[in-house]
Design a protein around this ligand. Structure first.
Ligand code: SF4
Length: 694
């Protein structure tokens, strides 16, 4: 690294990438940000960071930033730079025209987990109060919406149960459908440290992820399942616990609903749920399942960490409930060192869900049909609010193709790259009359937009992010907005132009409103965040300084509820034409759709998506390492470079989705979770064929 000398001042802020939410000091020389240094006092990272966060400053000043609003009549037309005043007035008049022509519910908004809590809150308020519809959704739809649903059903709260520090008290760690080394690197380091101290490890994953065998760490059990069979494996684990006398009877009797538990015990005890009966379907040896279940149930404090390999399935919500069932059945919940811990992909997935950016829920996960809750928002916001759930993202696409959904405001999301079945998404965008993209860069979605509003990076605004452990941390303005307005100000201007009064002078006032209207946030303020460093919600009268561990004396819903988790195989099956199963994930140096990390030095480590395949599958197809491979599914086709790896199992291939050129989501399908519509990114039947240069 170049020696940049002593900084003149530093600003403490929060990384805008993954759900660990590391605290950084942004070190300044004059008005120039010279480096990001992990904050020793950071309560999520304790002075550590990864290569993403360290170099995150690169994209904020990248030459690709668009800093002038632009409009165009048709998507084939060139962009016309305009003033902010013209752009905002155009958005408002277009959305009013669409609502007058096609009805109030013909428009909607999508917000992002990359936005602050305050920005996300304002987008849903704009849609509900100024547009008068509940057609608002968030990118959590396509990642952790099953977590929200599954944990609410079983435990009563749509959030993880522990803080990250808790892992230091775990004796057994079960990691399912997550690859912390690449996805959550700072947490992974703490986890590995605990494993080196002697904690035992169970990994459930189709690939031999780094955690399975890494210096001084070796998993006791790696259940290398077939993609799409999580629920079958979880049921098999539950079968062993229920039939081998491994249930914590005292915990269940005291803390859980008896009749639901009795039904669950009978259900998982059926012979069809035994490891032996499910071995052929899951590909996991029955003895391995039995041994893993015994270790989880009897090894002391047992903690479960899971990721998108659990949620992004047609049974994502079922799998989340299956995980909660295991924790309740063995009493591994409600104290330090145990629990159910979703590793959120993006920095503010938890926050974007908390802030009510789902079409059926106000902030704090309260249904729009709840009269008392709705009236409290009507009083505060001064307008009548709609009482029926609005459209989810996939429903918006369907409605656009039906001709009933015409206008979409998208803040901070690149749905044309991140959402499944790209052709379907782009057809829907093309069918709309006014697509507004608010972003840092002209992303893939902007190709289908009629208005582009420049976004602001996390370094240019104040706000808060909420990480995977429910920790609310301050985002502090390091530099002036490159495009005049921070994102929350642009949203506010649209509301005003639509005729709805919104007059916040600072994001702290937005947080004050959130706290006044959301029971789990009543004790949160910028003053307290500055004083305590961060706060884990619930933060209220009962827990004025926040709540590191949830469900200690009782579950949020009172008694824990066991849910039946019938395994239903995905309809996405292999056949002679598509004989391989494709699954997707992330790599350490890149973040999500790569819009940010691709514009940093991180490209040194990784500058393309590749297709990992097992040597057996490569041999069969005459594919050598580095060859170009055509990948075809029922949805579409793309070309990727081959990487032959014995981390894979025969019949399963893997890629990432960081680069638009490879377009992994061109091949993923529209299958989705039965409860939440979270896409089934993790299971796509494909064929792979050696091709010449693309
Ligand atoms: Fe921390 Fe995640 Fe940022 Fe890395 S990407 S510095 S682990 S918050």
């Amino acid at each position: 690294l170049i020696d940049l000398g002593q900084p003149q001042r530093s600003v403490v802020t929060t990384c805008a990438y993954c759900g660990v939410g590391c605290s950084f000091r942004a070190e300044m020389k004059g008005e120039e940000l010279v480096r990001m240094v992990p904050n020793q006092d950071g309560q999520a990272n304790h002075g550590h960071s990864c290569v993403k966060g360290r170099f995150a400053l690169g994209y904020a000043t990248h030459r690709d930033r668009i800093t002038t609003p632009m409009i165009r009549k048709r998507i084939a037309d060139p962009w016309q730079p305009v003033s902010w005043e013209t752009a905002i007035a155009h958005v408002a008049s277009e959305f009013k025209r669409l609502q007058a022509t096609y009805g109030r519910h013909s428009v909607g908004g999508i917000t992002s987990s990359r936005c602050t809590n305050e920005e996300t809150y304002l987008v849903q308020k704009l849609v509900r109060a100024a547009f008068g519809t509940n057609n608002v959704d968030t990118c959590a739809r396509v990642c952790h919406s099953p977590t929200g649903y599954g944990l609410k059903q079983t435990l009563g709260e749509s959030a993880g149960t522990q803080d990250f520090d808790s892992v230091e008290h775990a004796d057994v760690v079960l990691v399912i459908g997550a690859n912390p080394t690449d996805g959550h690197p700072v947490f992974a380091s703490r986890l590995k440290q605990r494993l080196r101290e002697g904690a035992k490890l169970i990994v459930i994953d189709p690939r031999r992820i780094d955690l399975v065998r890494t210096p001084h760490v070796e998993a006791q059990h790696h259940l290398k399942l077939r993609p799409g069979t999580n629920v079958a494996v979880l049921n098999a684990l539950a079968h062993v616990i229920a039939t081998e006398g491994l249930v914590d009877e005292a915990f269940v009797a005291a803390r859980c609903e008896g009749p639901a538990f009795a039904k669950w015990r009978a259900f998982v005890g059926e012979s069809r749920n035994s490891p032996e009966a499910l071995e052929a379907e899951t590909g996991v040896r029955a003895e391995e399942v039995r041994a893993a279940a015994r270790l989880y149930a009897t090894g002391g404090n047992a903690a479960i960490y899971y990721g998108l390999g659990v949620t992004e399935h047609s049974q994502g919500s079922t799998a989340v409930m299956g995980i909660a069932n295991l924790a309740m059945a063995t009493g591994n919940i409600g104290r330090v060192g145990v629990g159910v811990n979703p590793l959120r992909g993006q920095n503010n997935v938890q926050g974007s869900c908390d802030m009510g950016s789902f079409p059926h829920e106000f902030p704090g996960y309260r249904h729009v049909s709840d009269v008392a809750v709705r009236e409290s928002f009507e009083r505060a916001w001064g307008v009548p609010l709609h009482d029926e759930p609005g459209l989810r993202i996939p429903n918006m696409f369907e409605a656009a193709l039906d001709g009933s959904f015409k206008g979409l405001y998208i803040e901070g999301e690149d749905i044309a790259q991140s959402d499944p079945n790209t052709q379907h998404v782009t057809a829907a965008l093309t069918a709309m009359e006014c697509v507004v993209v608010q972003d840092l860069f002209l992303n893939e979605t902007a190709k289908f937009a009629h208005v582009f509003l420049p976004g602001s990076s996390f370094l240019e605004k104040d706000g808060t992010f909420t990480n995977a452990e429910r920790r609310i941390s301050r985002v502090r303005r390091v530099m002036a907005p490159k495009a005049r307005y921070a994102d929350w100000e642009a949203t506010q201007l649209i509301a005003q132009a639509m005729g709805y009064p919104m007059n916040y002078a600072h994001p702290s006032q937005i947080m004050d409103e959130i706290a006044a209207l959301t029971p789990t946030f009543t004790g949160v303020s910028y003053e307290k965040l500055d004083r305590l460093g961060s706060i884990q919600w619930p933060c209220n009268e009962a827990h004025p300084d926040g709540t590191p561990t949830m469900h200690i004396d009782a579950f949020v819903r009172g008694k824990g509820r066991f849910m039946l988790t019938q395994y239903v195989p995905t309809t996405e099956r292999v056949n002679a034409k598509y004989p391989l199963l494709l699954t997707t994930g992330r790599i350490l140096s890149q973040y999500n759709v790569g819009a940010q990390t691709r514009r940093t030095p991180n490209n040194m480590w990784h500058n393309e998506d590749v297709l990992e395949l097992h040597p057996h599958d490569a041999d069969e197809r005459g594919i050598a390492d580095g060859d170009w491979v055509g990948v075809e599914s029922r949805a579409g086709d793309t070309v990727l470079r081959a990487r032959i790896s014995d981390r894979m199992q025969p019949g399963v291939v893997y890629t990432t989705f960081h680069f638009p050129e490879s377009g992994a989501n061109v091949v993923t399908t529209e299958n989705s979770d039965w409860a939440t519509n979270c896409p089934e990114y993790k299971v796509t039947a494909v064929q792979a064929t050696r091709v010449s240069q693309p």
